[in-house]
Design a binder for this molecule. Structure first.
Ligand SMILES: C[S@@+](CC[C@H](N)C(=O)[O-])C[C@H]1O[C@@H](n2cnc3c(N)ncnc32)[C@H](O)[C@@H]1O
Length: 449
């Protein structure tokens, strides 16, 4: 691998005797990984689950194809193995308020949701419009019901959510040195000054992120770079600027190292942070810090709640659908954006002035005199929660994701919405007319096997 000379010189000085081993690791193969989805009631099929990663209880080494049932149904999420440690350090509890500030494509968001078990509010935000779209797709595929998805700046998040979250994750945009082996293109962006520029941006993001943490809450900061400017030095700056934070010790699996105080201001507390080096663990380079906010930094402001916004007529259509198809579904509040209807989480603040991609789980859409359930809803359900399910085989699944209609034999004498289930994973809604299942797999997501 062709690494920049300035990069080599920098780490030769910093790492000393360790440097040769570090450099050699760039020629080793990349480790691939995936996490299984505990929000689905079924483990994936056809996947080797005999090589767990040490970084997450849901993590395994191995490769998952994008055009596979396991990926499409959200049974798994492909993630670089050492990146799995970030969610594990954050480990939010069900019922908490959680912010993933720099979230796309959604690796950490789906991991945080795995801990939350659909309870509490997960605000997941991505500043770049195109990347926010991918975040939506991944949140929906994973079957997350409690996410509010935003496409905002950290400033506006801080304004709308003052002292609000129990857990804030800043998985910061960084110089990406830890990903050089996995994504050699990242090398072309690198220069000696790049980590310093990235550190400036990270400070700007963190100055906003701290405003959104509740006293008693935790901040998790992570990067995928080795650069001390973006890692230990960033935490040293944070502790000097906001003495209300204390560093929380991170449990480290074998090979994960302590942060290096000598690469910052010598503050021994920095040893509690974690460094993942590719010559020490089977994964790429990462840095993780966890900080506890002991008392408020900023005065408290009241946050207005978002209200249910269904008309009586819309409520009627929804109740009809729920009583026919979702008998055990608990009573929820809903919010409409145009014709689209979303489940409203009780913690959701007033959404005015925010660029909202999804105010909650997309439930469906009102069309003239009827209600049509969404693909996102289908992926949160299982055979037990929907009244009409049809089991399809892999061949039929391939037709569904391609956008074709399928025929089912011995369909019950029944017309209407059906949840299509393949190998115990919900894959889409369809509509049964005679023996034909009309395809409702979203046009924008269709693919050929
Ligand atoms: C390391 S990536 C996040 C990866 C993601 N957490 C995951 O696990 O899939 C950092 C993200 O920060 C976003 N970003 C870039 N500049 C930003 C800024 N000024 N403020 C907030 N986010 C920013 C990038 O678009 C990118 O999606």
């Amino acid at each position: 691998m062709n690494l920049p000379e300035a990069f080599i010189n920098k780490y030769q000085k910093l790492l000393g005797d360790e440097f040769d081993e570090f450099l050699a690791s760039f020629n080793n193969p990349v480790n691939h990984g995936f996490r299984v989805n505990p929000l689905k009631n079924q483990l994936p099929t056809d996947l080797d689950l005999t090589h767990p990663t040490p970084f997450s209880k849901w993590g395994y080494y191995g490769n998952v194809k994008g055009k596979s049932l396991n990926h499409q149904s959200g049974a798994v999420y492909s993630q670089e193995p050492s990146a799995m440690m970030v969610g594990e350090v954050a480990a939010p509890k069900p019922g908490q308020t959680v912010l993933d500030l720099c979230a796309a494509p959604g690796g950490k968001t789906t991991h945080l949701a795995s801990f939350m078990q659909q309870e509490g509010l997960l605000v997941t935000n991505e500043i770049m419009g195109k990347r926010a779209k991918v975040l939506v797709e991944n949140v929906e595929r994973f079957g997350i019901k409690n996410a509010l998805i935003l496409n905002e700046t950290p400033e506006s998040i801080a304004t709308s959510f003052p002292n609000f979250f129990d857990v804030v994750l800043v998985d910061a945009p960084c110089s990406g040195e830890g990903m050089f082996r996995k994504d050699p293109d990242a090398i072309s962006y690198w220069s000696e000054e790049y980590p310093i520029k990235c550190a400036d941006r990270q400070r700007t993001i963190l100055k906003e992120a701290v405003k959104a943490i509740k006293p008693g809450g935790n901040l998790v900061y992570s990067t995928c770079t080795f650069a001390p400017e973006e890692d230990e030095q960033m935490i040293a700056w944070l502790l000097e600027t906001y003495p209300q934070f204390e560093v929380v010790s991170i449990d480290k699996p074998a090979g994960v190292e302590d942060g290096r105080p000598e690469w910052a201001n010598g503050n021994e507390e920095l040893k509690k942070t974690a460094r993942l080096f590719p010559h020490k663990v089977a994964g790429e380079g990462h840095f993780i810090a966890k900080l506890h906010l002991t008392e408020a930094i900023f005065p408290n402001k009241e946050v207005k709640k978002q209200r249910d916004s269904l008309t009586k007529e819309q409520r009627g259509y929804l109740n009809d659908f729920i009583s026919e198809y979702l008998p055990g579904c608990p009573q929820s509040d809903f919010i409409t954006f145009g014709d689209q209807v979303y489940v409203l989480n009780s913690e959701t603040p007033d959404l005015n002035h925010l660029k909202v991609k999804r105010p909650g789980l997309q439930f469906g859409v009102f069309k003239k005199n009827r209600f049509e359930p969404s693909y996102a809803l289908a992926l949160t359900l299982n055979k037990e929660s929907f009244s009409h399910c049809i089991e399809i085989d892999k061949e039929q699944w391939a037709k569904i994701v391609h956008g074709d209609t399928i025929k089912v034999e011995n369909a019950e004498k029944y017309k209407g919405w059906v949840l299509l289930v393949c190998e115990n994973q919900s894959v889409s809604f369809g509509k049964l007319v005679g023996e034909t299942v009309k395809n409702y797999f979203p046009k924008g997501l269709r693919f050929a096997i």
